[in-house]
Design a binder for this molecule. Structure first.
Ligand code: SME
Length: 156
């Protein structure tokens, strides 16, 4: 992708506009999924998992764009999503076949990035992106998606 820096900067601007709009949280999250999937060619599945009840240590599938997944609930610690939630840190997996703690949704998926959404240091959700490309994520993707999640924490 040409000019990642410029595209990510424009997308961040669009995301801020979505967040400042009047609709309810899940509609905003859905719009962010659509935008990311449409504008970044190697983002093939974009979605959110939500922590509905922190005492349950569980992620619940929220708005997403892409093929349906059977992983509608994920316990903290399970898979890439569960590990990111447990450790409250971004997971970048450039080749999912090398990750032993991985929950497969679709055989076309080759790589994945998961970014937690933190509010006052508590995990409230996460952004999950699957790609059909091997090793597509650079440090620019990570920074862009971490910035996105930092802004999104305001609507949780
Ligand atoms: N692959 C994820 C599960 C969620 S799907 O990608 C939508 C994981 O290992 O946690």
């Amino acid at each position: 992708m040409e000019n990642k820096k410029r595209i990510f900067s424009e997308l961040l601007h669009e995301i801020k506009k979505i967040i400042e709009g009047g609709s309810e949280r899940d509609l905003k999250l859905q719009s962010v999924c659509v935008l990311l999937k449409d504008k970044v060619p190697y983002y093939d599945w974009t979605g959110f998992y939500i922590v509905e009840n922190i005492n349950k240590n569980e992620l619940v599938l929220g708005p997403f764009v892409g093929e349906p997944t059977e992983h509608k609930k994920i316990t903290f610690g399970q898979g890439i999503c569960g590990q990111a939630a447990q450790l409250k840190k971004t997971f970048v997996v450039q080749d999912v076949t090398r990750e032993t703690n991985y929950l497969s949704c679709n055989l076309k998926v080759l790589s994945e990035i998961v970014v937690p959404i933190l509010k006052d240091a508590v995990i409230v959700g996460e952004l999950d992106i699957d790609s059909h490309t091997l090793a597509p994520f650079s440090d620019e993707d990570r920074k862009f998606l971490e910035n996105t999640c930092s802004i999104l924490s305001n609507i949780f």
